[in-house]
Design a protein around this ligand. Structure first.
Ligand code: PRT
Ligand code: ZN
Length: 303
């Protein structure tokens, strides 16, 4: 089935998320924070949306881009690595793009990197010329090699890529890295980033034009209200009038200070900070005259 062939009119949105694995729980939590709730089917593959007509399909992450391309699901939460790999593979086969990343979601961060045996001295991409590179991301690696003008042999492996150099099936690898512990345990070191990745909300290239369109825009608005607030903090404190200018300078990255009615010449002040506030920064504000500092998390907001 293809999305372009008379797709049936649907009035419920369907979102594919990972059933098990790294992205499964954060994806569910994020959607729950957007006000969605579900009833699970007995096979635990389908969750019927109760609070809104938005259903979940629980699948392997590898299947998510294809489900969107085929119009089975409207949206999916998947690593950019997986989405871009399948997009690059489609283009290498002469197929048009069928899905796109609509929003970055701020979790599942990792990088697709070239890693070489620890004893190698890495001098840059040209050093990969003539080598065999093991990877589960053959399309992204092929595309990167082409961009670098480097010819190398891409050895496709579905798992345990990191042991390929020891087994002698490849000279180096191209794999996902987060902490780097797996590479170190296999006497490899990361040397070159091919792609920085995080979980994304993916959707079809052509947005739905039926009842799902309204649902999609509502969901995106709520998602922005949750994701963009994740790091924001509301900072409240008291200060004497003559200290306010210096404090405002220390808070130059925050929104302008809002003055609330206080007592005498002690003002009550508040502002929205773009990121977390460290202890060190709070102590600095205290030294500059802020009293009773309080940092509050922002759960959601409507722009
Ligand atoms: O069963 P299913 O097919 O759905 O799951 P999966 O096993 O294919 O995927 P899963 O759950 O392992 O990963 C899902 C997504 O999480 C990936 O597509 C990435 O977008 C993202 N992600 C984030 C990661 C990592 N971090 C990560 N570290 N995916 C894999 N890894 C691997 C890494 O390659 C290494 O082997 O985890 C291992 C530990 O990494 P280090 O660097 O911390 O040692
Ligand atoms: Zn997978």
């Amino acid at each position: 089935m293809s999305a372009s062939k008379a797709a049936p009119v649907r009035d419920r949105l369907r979102i594919a998320i990972q059933k098990n694995g790294r992205l499964a729980e954060p994806a569910r939590n994020l959607l729950a924070a957007c006000g969605l709730s579900w009833r699970e089917s007995r096979d635990k593959l389908f969750c019927y949306g109760e609070s809104l007509p938005v259903d979940l399909l629980l699948v392997r992450d590898d299947d998510i881009p294809g489900l969107i391309a085929d119009g089975v699901c409207d949206l999916g939460i998947v690593g950019r690595n997986e989405l871009d790999e399948q997009d690059a593979a489609r283009r290498q086969r002469g197929l048009p793009s069928a899905f796109q990343a609509l929003r970055a979601l701020g979790f599942g961060q990792c990088s697709l990197m070239l890693a070489v045996p620890e004893e190698w001295e890495w001098q840059g991409p040209a050093q990969a010329a003539g080598t065999r590179i093991a990877t589960s991301y053959p399309a992204l690696l092929t595309q990167w090699l082409q961009q670098q003008g480097v010819q190398a042999e891409v050895v496709e492996l579905s798992g345990s890529v990191e042991i390929a150099p020891r087994l002698g099936t490849a000279d180096l690898i191209c794999d996902l890295v987060s902490s780097g512990a797996t590479l170190r345990a296999n006497q490899l070191k990361p040397v070159q980033t091919v792609l920085d990745s995080e979980a994304v909300l993916a959707g079809a290239v052509l947005a739905p034009d039926d009842a799902r369109a309204g649902l999609l825009s509502m969901l995106l608005r709520r998602l922005d209200g949750v994701v963009q607030q994740q790091d924001r903090k509301l900072l409240m404190f008291r200060a004497e009038e003559n200290r306010v200018a210096a404090l405002a300078q220390l808070l130059a990255d925050a929104e302008p200070l809002v003055r609330l009615p206080g007592e005498g010449d002690v003002l009550q002040l508040q502002t929205m900070c773009p990121g977390p506030l460290s202890w060190q920064r709070m102590e600095e504000l205290e030294r500059a005259g802020a009293q009773g500092l309080m940092v509050l998390s922002v759960e959601r907001s409507l722009a």
